[in-house]
Design a protein around this ligand. Structure first.
Ligand code: G3P
Length: 219
């Protein structure tokens, strides 16, 4: 399973990269705004800064919503760095833009996926990734894991190469359950990735090992 970090925060991206388990970064306009990144040139510079930190792919989202502007924006983003994957929203013009960009060899991530039908049409258009928003479905008492399972079944039925990128992941059990269901990728906050390593029995077990070692050494 690939691990992406869902943030535009450079310190957190660096920390995840240093951990050695990072396969990619996803951003969106809200995450950029959260870091105070505004203005077209600043956004572009920030994408370049992220690409300089990671050895992995970086999803950069278009803000246009019509076909012509989305492909223009998508082509410009893709030219910034070979690591860029163009993130396109699941709307009618977005599907057309995914079809066009994928025909030009530009990788795309279809975002704001909330149903299996949306994932299916994005895959047919040639999206490299579909991003079902697990956490936001859970927020409205809808089973996000069922959506991952349904998309997995459909993509396997037809051998679609589109990768399932479980997004809007909020915690470690989201990651574990997505892995059990066969999501290809998860994107979540650094806190969810770090939480995977924690167990109270690990902490108490290590403390005991070190105490026994010190005692045996007469310290
Ligand atoms: O990047 C898209 C997605 O992961 C957003 O997550 O936490 O805002 O629902 P969240």
């Amino acid at each position: 399973m690939k691990f992406f970090i869902d943030t535009a925060n450079l310190d957190q991206i660096r920390e995840a990269q240093d951990l050695g388990v990072l396969d990619g970064v996803t951003t969106n306009p809200s995450l950029m705004a959260k870091e105070g990144i505004t203005g077209d040139q600043n956004v572009i510079n920030h994408y370049k800064a992220i690409c300089d930190i990671v050895d992995a792919n970086v999803s950069a989202e278009v803000i246009s919503t019509d076909y012509e502007s989305m492909i223009k924006e998508g082509e410009a983003l893709a030219k910034l760095d070979p690591k860029i994957v163009v993130k396109i929203p699941m709307i009618k013009d977005g599907v057309k833009a995914i079809k066009y960009l994928s025909s030009k060899g530009i990788r795309t991530n279809c975002t704001l996926i909330f149903s299996a039908g949306q994932a299916l049409i994005a895959a047919k258009a040639g999206a490299s990734y579909v991003s079902p928003f697990l956490g936001r479905l859970d927020d409205i008492s809808t089973d996000g894991f069922q959506l991952i399972e349904d998309i997995r079944l459909i993509f396997d039925n037809y051998q679609y190469e589109t990768e399932i990128l479980a997004a809007s992941v909020r915690g470690p059990m989201h990651i574990v359950n997505c892995a059990k269901l066969g999501a290809d990728v998860m994107t979540g906050p650094l806190s969810a990735i770090l939480a995977l390593m924690k167990h109270p029995l690990t902490d108490s077990g290590l403390a005991q090992f070190l105490a026994d070692h010190a005692k045996a050494a007469g310290k």
